[in-house]
Design a protein around this ligand. Sequence first.
Ligand code: SAM
Length: 219
Amino acid sequence: HNDAFEYPLRHDLMDWTAEHYPAWKESSEASRPTVLDIGCGFGGLTVALSKALPNETILGMEIRAKVTEFVRLRILALRKDVPGSYQNASVMRTNSMKFLPNYFPKGSLEKLFFCFPDPHFKRKNHPRRIVSYRLLSEYAYFLKPGGKLYAITDVKDLHEWHVKECDSHPMFDRITDKKELADDPCISAMITETEEGKKVARNGGDKHYAVYRRVPTYH
Ligand code: SAM
């Protein structure tokens, strides 16, 4: 994890079409991601969201080089299989706890997914958790007013942490409306389509999730 990452100095210097979405929208700005699968692992959700959200631009973000390369090749193979498909999905190797400001402007994201994030069990490692009060302020900045944050884990303590951090954050409100949750295709995708989620299901484990709305006013 320690080698240096290349990243643009400012988000407007990023060329999204060249490397990521060559056959998607007319410009780099129009192709900029609107949905992030943070810590995407092997990319099961990233590719599922490409189909579930055909009008959004999906980006998996992953810190491990080999895993990122696997997802890159996976998406290229899917695109080749059915020409015209999966043009709205891509993957990038980065540390998303550090570099979101280098890639995205304020209020540009519709959805953020945190699926089965590393639990960092020890109390002294809790600051390394990818969903934390501090980072929620950053996530609120990048999400559009009314945008959504999704978090799922098989670790009950971590789920309780997610709920505690998000509930206490003034920029996020938990979505509890049963119909709204049931009507959201992203929720079943998040439960069933990630590789970690499949492993938990095979082992008969529980999955705990929570969905939050970024407050609908702009501040
Ligand atoms: N979301 C996938 C799933 O559900 O199958 C993968 C879950 S895996 C337990 C957590 C992933 O997050 C790992 O692939 C890890 O490399 C990645 N990760 C951890 N910290 C990260 C960071 N700061 N930025 C990007 N990815 C990170």
